[in-house]
Design a binder for this molecule. Structure first.
Ligand code: AP5
Length: 208
């Protein structure tokens, strides 16, 4: 198996599923969104450049993202491939990625636009362990987060106005990648409008 791409609109469940299938594949999760948020938080030059785009729900320029990815896939844990989450998001990103590493599977999580706002506006993440929750669909267990130190975090871009811009960016700039990867025979679509466990089962079936 080469590297895997988790593909889909904002709030489709890419991060949720990445956490669940990481153990099965042994591939580390590489989330450009997480990398950018860490850069914004620590005030690096990349973070300063990315901040405005992220707040508006627009894509960060390709050259910024590709520099992050080039560095990340040089790290020792990426030697046998990685699981990309939220990358690539444009055809130029996919072309550049194809020159860096082999992609064996693109797993597209299909969710209708009408479900996206409710998913994103109810999201909470444990700041201690990174587990993704939802106020209604996937609440923190009554006994607390299994990590034992739940610290609720909400994302600055998880609001209705920004979500609509993110969806527009997805349809205009990212969804053309589906045909690009389909032509290369690595594209697999899974119905993401179901229970989280059912989606995990289907994604693992594609990989096995
Ligand atoms: P990024 O962080 O990648 O955000 P995104 O693509 O908008 O995706 P999300 O993280 O919002 O959603 P997800 O699919 O991971 O869903 P999750 O599992 O959390 O990007 C943020 C910004 O960074 C972009 O707008 C852009 O500015 C920039 N950026 C990042 N990468 C870039 C790139 N490559 N190029 C350019 N710019 C880039 O689930 C969502 C919620 O739904 C959770 O609450 C979860 O519990 C719940 N949920 C999950 N599955 C289900 C289910 N089956 N049923 C019910 N609820 C569910």
């Amino acid at each position: 198996m080469g590297s895997i791409v988790l593909f889909g609109p904002p709030g489709a469940g890419k991060g949720t599923q990445a956490q669940r299938i990481m153990d099965q594949t042994g591939l580390p999760q590489v989330s450009t969104g997480d990398m950018l948020r860490a850069a914004v938080k620590s005030g690096t030059p990349v973070g300063k450049e990315a901040k405005g785009y992220m707040e508006r729900g627009e894509l960060v320029p390709d050259q910024v993202i590709l520099a992050l990815i080039r560095d990340r896939i040089q790290e020792p844990d990426a030697a046998n491939g990685v699981m990309f989450d939220g990358f690539p998001r444009t055809v130029p990103q996919a072309v550049a990625l194809s020159e860096m590493t082999d992609i064996s599977h693109v797993l597209a999580i299909d969710v209708p636009d009408g479900r996206i706002v409710e998913r994103i506006c109810g999201r909470a993440t444990c700041g201690n362990c990174g587990t993704v929750y939802h106020d209604t669909f996937n609440p923190v267990p009554a006994s607390g987060c299994p990590c034992g130190d739940y610290q609720e975090k909400r994302r600055a871009d998880d609001n209705e106005g920004t979500v609509l811009n993110r969806l527009e960016a997805y349809h205009q700039q990212t969804s053309p990648l589906a045909a690009w990867y389909d032509e290369r025979g690595v594209f697999h679509r899974v119905d993401g409008d179901r229970a989280i466990d059912e989606i995990t089962t289907d994604l693992l079936a594609v990989l096995n």
